[in-house]
Design a binder for this molecule. Structure first.
Ligand code: NI
Length: 170
């Protein structure tokens, strides 16, 4: 079981824009650590604070190959400063159970953020890392990959998901 409870669609915390982290406090460091643990246990390659119920601009990503071990990258107040190209990848999300769909995104992005020491960092991502960064940063704006697919596909998933929730509650 993940250490933190992962919020799933249609939980309203997932579609709110998040607040800037003003100061890297002990609380923020602990949240980042717990998020990383939750991400590895899920397992996933990225997790954003709203997915565990915090409306803070904080994400954890790790797109390492299994043989490379765990290399979590914590990004505080991240923003995309460069983006180019286009790529399509079949995305999923820990907050969107039992669904994947092709999503178009930039092929390469550069993200500036702050690390857990409050120092500025720059991350350049291509391929899976670029997709992961854009997906996680979307979460901070209250956007899911569902918001980047066709309205028809989105409404079909919504219907199926709400039916499933009703069934689970019965
Ligand atoms: Ni996600």
């Amino acid at each position: 079981m993940p250490v933190l409870d992962i919020k799933t669609f249609p939980d309203p915390v997932l579609n709110r824009a998040c607040r800037q982290v003003r100061e890297v406090t002990q609380e923020v460091r602990e949240l980042a650590r717990d998020m990383a643990e939750t991400m590895y246990q899920a397992p996933g390659v990225g997790l954003a604070a709203p997915q565990v119920g915090h409306d803070l601009r904080l994400v954890v990503v790790d797109c390492s190959e299994p043989e490379e071990g765990q290399n979590p990258i914590v990004l505080i107040n991240p923003r995309i400063v460069e983006a180019e190209g286009a790529t399509v990848f079949e995305e999923g999300c820990l907050s969107v159970p039992e669904y994947t769909c092709d999503v178009e995104r930039y092929e390469r992005v550069v993200v500036e953020a702050m690390d857990l020491d409050g120092e500025p960092i720059t991350i350049e991502g291509e391929g899976l890392m670029a997709i992961c960064l854009q997906h996680e940063l979307d979460h901070l704006e209250g956007r899911l990959f569902l918001d980047r697919i066709s309205p028809l596909k989105r409404s079909m998933y919504k219907k199926r998901r709400l039916k499933q929730i009703k069934k689970d509650q019965a």
